[in-house]
Design a protein around this ligand. Structure first.
Ligand code: BGC
Length: 838
């Protein structure tokens, strides 16, 4: 932290230089003092998260940290908690650039608190298919919305003097075989869809970094893709930041260097280092090219205030005012919730609702899923669950029923809090855990080194609070011994599924064991993990496994019966349904879109006995909702972050309106999805649908309508669309037209509307989507009052990429400007005649 302040002494003023010129001078001076090996040393991780310091040139250690929904820092455990924001899909659902910028500032504040200089975010791949495992981590199916939200986030983080790496450049839109898959995407589709958000972000927000994806595009691995990295990104768009590999994504010294990859992460074992020095000596990589890579890394260091003599991009006195993290996370979540159905105006519930008249049902109500799985995961100090939030707001105990438990893995054992680090001579160190989950990447607690570590033993005393069959589980990859009161229950090896090196900690297998226990019985349980000969994760020190425990449960039938009985006599039933970590996570794509377990049955049965059933959907990505028209209200809460329950109470009781609108079309049936196939064939994933993903595809469909269109959702009031005007902008600049949309709040309370403007073609060129989002704005108005949205439509909205000419081409002629509340509902339209561009 202090490094920012101590080293940003020269703001250029003494020398009369602009800060930028002063940074440049400091970078060149530093570079001049380094020989080739020292320059090369700047280009690869010193460890899992950092680039090495170099005292001679006054260069500090530069730390990077995941990620889009919070800043985890250098540890991957609950021991180092972070503020957990709502999932990126939720951020996009706000459609509110100012709010997202504030989220970025919170990330910067968290990064500074944790000593990180670069946040590995945002994820701006597209929602090509709802099956994408990282769907929750990306923003939208639309490149305009993705680009704008991404640019706002980057601006917010960088306002705080912390760098970003929009990722994963490019076409990393699903997870199956993500290290090796070759995305086959035609040039026009790449330009108009997948590159577009990166282009917007680079041009509008000037990120100091970008992350190259694991996958290949049209046969070339993205870390090596000179045409896209050097050509499009740097020369065409003017990107002047660093290009960092995705973790372990750099695989070839020469091709990566020539392909424009500045930083190979993580380290210390990378394809750069001595290999790159050798390649230069052999004449395979020009030395000046290495200088360019090193220059960019030093520029990043200068920007974040880590290079002596260089003014930081944001001097300490210009840092934004501190953000109240909990308050902002609560606001973001409520603003992101999407109200999809509200029959008879059931919501908001009266704040005077008696707590005993409400029954809350569902596993996610008591144990909210606050974020998706994988590298986006952070560990908050505290989570306010929906049950807690509602209890607090209504001021009394609520009835609660589990109803259905969709989890497929046992939770980490709460009793297992002692971890012993084992070496040849016995116990090297002891660590207290939050629970039976161990996750150490790159570094171990205390002074213990990976070289001396032979194993880790986790354990504690299980006290049977309930008599019956208790379950213990081992989850991880490697060799394990599980013992209960000295009796060996398991001694064997668990193997990973698939070839993803990160699978060992992202999606490890589980084995379960049963113990019949009398009430009050105490059992000493230990799980010992033996270190493998070679690290499972690309030469990296990694310990990641879990001892799980499940207390006896009643049968699934009984769980549902109990919930139905409670709902029958309640005035209101709030059912919280959702996905699980296994369903929505990095590293795997989803098999289907159904809610896991018996949750659909639970909702249908509760709704059958209680007409005032509110279903809250706790998922980061589309799920099927076969019951959606037989319940009174459907509220989509995404992965709402750590203040989940408070935000939910705010919205259910109407303190705050649900402000979100869908950033992606939600299907009614799996079979209707425009893109389903995410598994490559012979290593290739063909983007054969071209431009037709999301609403661009749905609007061509005869017969199948989505459950909810892109943009859909409502607050607690109603709006009429009353007037539309469009004026062509002067000259041939980036702005095409200024559009004005007049709306009126026709309901009885103040509200907020996301006004959307689409541009439709005249239909003569079928290669172009019928209509595309051209701009949007958030307006607010009191009951009965009008509001005006002013939206600048960019010229790009009427352009197509001409692959033959290798250039953007304006489509002249008649376009229709449409305005409305979602892609399926556009009550206002007017013709706009676009002249041929000079
Ligand atoms: C993910 C990146 C992430 C990195 C570091 C990779 O597996 O794809 O998004 O930033 O790990 O955790």
């Amino acid at each position: 932290m202090s490094e920012y302040r101590e080293q940003s002494v020269n703001d250029g003023q003494e020398t009369g230089m602009t800060p930028e010129a002063a940074r440049k001078a400091a970078v060149e001076a530093a570079l001049a003092r380094l020989d080739l090996p020292a320059r090369v040393a700047l280009l690869a991780g010193a460890d899992m998260w950092s680039l090495p310091a170099n005292e001679r040139i006054g260069l500090g250690r530069l730390v990077m940290s995941d990620g889009p929904a919070g800043v985890r820092g250098e540890q991957w455990t609950p021991d180092d908690p972070s503020v957990a924001l709502p999932s990126p899909t939720a951020l996009a659902a706000t459609w509110d650039l100012e709010l997202v910028r504030r989220a970025g500032r919170l990330l910067a504040q968290e990064a500074r608190r944790k000593g990180a200089h670069v946040v590995l975010a945002p994820t701006v791949n597209l929602h090509r298919s709802p099956r994408g495992g990282r769907h929750f981590e990306c923003y939208s199916e639309d490149p305009v919305l993705t680009g704008e939200i991404g640019a706002a986030l980057v601006s917010g983080v960088q306002d705080g003097g912390v760098g970003t790496t929009p990722k994963h450049f490019v076409a990393n839109d699903s997870e199956t075989d993500r290290y090796t898959v070759d995305a086959r995407v035609d040039e026009r589709t790449l330009r108009e869809l997948y590159l577009a958000p990166f282009e917007t972000i680079v041009k509008k927000a000037h990120p100091w970094g970008l992350m190259a994806a694991y996958n290949a595009v049209n046969g070339v691995s993205m870390t090596e893709h000179a045409e896209l990295n050097n050509g499009v990104l740097r020369e065409e768009w003017g990107f002047d930041g660093v290009l960092v590999s995705d973790w372990t994504g750099a695989r070839d010294t020469v091709r990566d260097a020539l392909g424009g990859l500045d930083i190979a992460m993580p380290g210390p074992a990378t394809v750069y280092g001595e290999h790159l020095v050798k390649a230069v000596h052999e004449g395979l990589v020009p030395e000046e090219l290495v200088d360019d890579l090193a220059r960019r890394v030093l520029r990043l260091a200068a920007r974040v205030g880590l290079l002596a003599g260089a003014p930081a991009a944001v001097p300490p006195e210009q840092l934004p005012a501190p953000v109240d993290g909990e308050a902002l996370v609560r606001e973001l979540a409520a603003r992101s919730f999407v109200l999809l159905r509200n029959e008879g105006g059931l919501l908001p519930l009266s704040p005077a609702t008696a707590p005993e008249s409400v029954v809350v049902i569902g596993a996610a109500a008591a144990e909210a899923r606050i974020g998706g799985g994988g590298s986006a995961q952070v560990f908050p100090t505290r989570v306010v669950t929906p049950l807690e939030g509602l209890r607090e707001a209504l001021g009394g105990e609520l009835r609660y029923e589990l109803g259905a438990d969709p989890r497929t893995f046992l939770p980490p054992a709460g009793f297992a809090r002692r971890a012993e680090l084992l070496g040849g001579d016995g116990v090297l160190g002891v660590e207290t855990l939050a629970n039976g989950s161990v996750r150490w990447l790159g570094a171990l607690p205390g002074e213990v080194s990976f070289a001396e570590l032979t194993g880790v033993r986790v354990g504690g005393t299980l006290t049977a609070e309930v008599a019956g069959v208790h379950q213990l589980s081992v989850r991880g990859v490697g060799r394990f011994t599980l013992e209960a009161d000295g009796v060996v229950l398991y001694d064997g090896a668990l193997l990973p599924e698939g070839e993803d090196p990160a699978a060992a900690f992202l999606n490890p297998p589980e084995r379960r064991f049963e113990l019949e226990l009398a009430e009050g019985r105490e059992v000493a349980v230990t799980l010992t993990y033996t270190m493998p000969e070679a690290s499972a994760f690309a030469g990296f020190g990694l310990v990641s496994f879990e001892l799980g425990h499940g207390a006896p449960v009643v049968t699934a039938d009984e769980l549902i019966e109990r919930a139905v009985e409670a709902a029958r006599t309640a005035d209101v039933a709030v059912v919280v349904v959702g996905t699980t970590e296994e369903v929505e996570s990095e590293g795997v794509d989803r098999a289907g879109l159904g809610l896991p377990g018996r949750q659909d049955e639970l909702v249908a049965r509760v709704a059958a006995v209680n007409p005032r059933t509110v279903v809250v959907v706790n998922a980061g990505a589309p799920v099927l909702m076969p019951w959606r028209e037989s319940v009174a209200a459907v509220l989509l809460a995404w992965f709402p972050g750590q203040q989940a329950g408070e935000a939910l109470a705010d919205v259910l009781l109407g303190t705050v309106e649900p402000g979100g609108r869908l950033p992606t079309t939600w299907p009614a049936e799996e079979a209707d999805c425009p893109v389903w196939q995410v598994e490559p064939t012979n290593g290739q994933l063909d983007y054969s649908e071209g431009l037709f993903i999301g609403y661009r595809a749905w609007q061509r469909r005869a017969g199948a309508a989505p459950a909810y269109w892109f943009g859909a959702g409502s607050g607690y009031t109603s709006w009429s669309y009353e007037g539309l005007e469009a004026r062509l902008a002067e000259g041939g600049g980036e702005a095409l037209a200024e559009v004005t949309v007049r709306v009126r709040n026709t309901g009885e309370r103040a509200g907020r509307e996301v006004v959307q403007v689409y541009l439709a073609t005249d239909g003569s060129d079928r290669s172009r989507p019928d209509r595309q989002l051209a701009g949007f704005a958030v307006v607010e108005a009191a009951a009965g009052a009008p509001a005006t949205a002013r939206i600048t439509v960019p010229r790009r909205a009427v352009q197509s990429w001409d692959a033959a000419a290798h250039a953007w081409r304006t489509n002249p002629g008649v376009h229709t400007v449409e305005a409305g509340p979602n892609a399926g509902e556009r009550p206002l339209a007017l013709a706009l005649v676009v002249p041929q561009q000079p």
